[in-house]
Write a protein that binds this ligand. Sequence first.
Ligand code: SAM
Length: 311
Amino acid sequence: MIRQEYLFNMSNAIRQKLGKYQIFNIDAFLWLSNAKPNSIHAVVTDPPYGLVEYTAKQLEKKKNGNGGVWRIPPSFDGCQRSPLPRFTILNGNDKEALRSFFDKLARELLRVLVPGAHVFIATNPLVSYLVYEPFISNGFEKRGEVIRVVQTLRGGDRPKNAHQEFPDISVMPRSCWEPWGLFRKPCEGRVQDNLRKWRTGGLRRVSDTEPFKDLIYSPPARGIEREIAPHPSLKPQHYLRQIVRAALPLGSGIILDPFMGSGSTIAAAVACGLESIGLEVNNEFFGIAERAIPKLAIYNPSGDNNNGPEY
Ligand SMILES: C[S@@+](CC[C@H](N)C(=O)[O-])C[C@H]1O[C@@H](n2cnc3c(N)ncnc32)[C@H](O)[C@@H]1O
């Protein structure tokens, strides 16, 4: 296990505004089982949904370009797209494995989180029920969903090998949104009591006049951001910074990403001046995170011309 705390080679003024973070090259469940109860104030994560796509065998297939569960999408609109995992191929056993994965995750998180802590968890319309049900049955309150409006390459295809025979048919809708489940560990007493004692229970408003909202337009990470953090499931800073900011209502506490991949959540927390902890089991992705976090944290999403307008 590698444990790292980073200090940036920057002026004091900038360093003081950046959040502290720790990252660990470790299995999330091992880390969670050793973590203190009531020690984490929010979770923002994009889990693997697998068990399948992030196994060594499937990662090897992706690397060699022969697919496996990774669909290599055609290049279109001038951009070469990254491979996407195909969730539709999950069979009954895979679904059961997912359900028990999220059951275990919810159980561990309920213990480690402080009362009133929120969990933002990325999912997709095909499998979200396999995530939500275990969270609810383990005692989390469902607090809604954040809809990230983003056009992915999932769905919209004509029937495979029969597209000429059925030119007017899409097998399933072309996906234009990504649901992020929003859960809360029950508060101790009223929200105001919980806020005083644990600093959690609500979501940080965007401003005096604007509450946090559950619809966020956010295009896929592209261009410089993707060069900095070449992970197949990279989430954009534009989106994650809004989420991590909302997750700590009083702007203090610790955000955990148990499946940090390239560390994009951690970078977003650093950029927002928030404390965070990231976990990643895969050595190669952990290496990407080590290098990417300091760069992503100072990356300006609105300054990247390649970060196109498509949602
Ligand atoms: C969907 S990706 C997250 C990508 C991330 N959103 C980003 O922007 O880079 C999920 C990550 O979880 C990691 N992972 C899978 N099982 C894990 C486990 N048991 N403990 C820690 N990390 C795990 C995978 O290696 C993968 O990098």
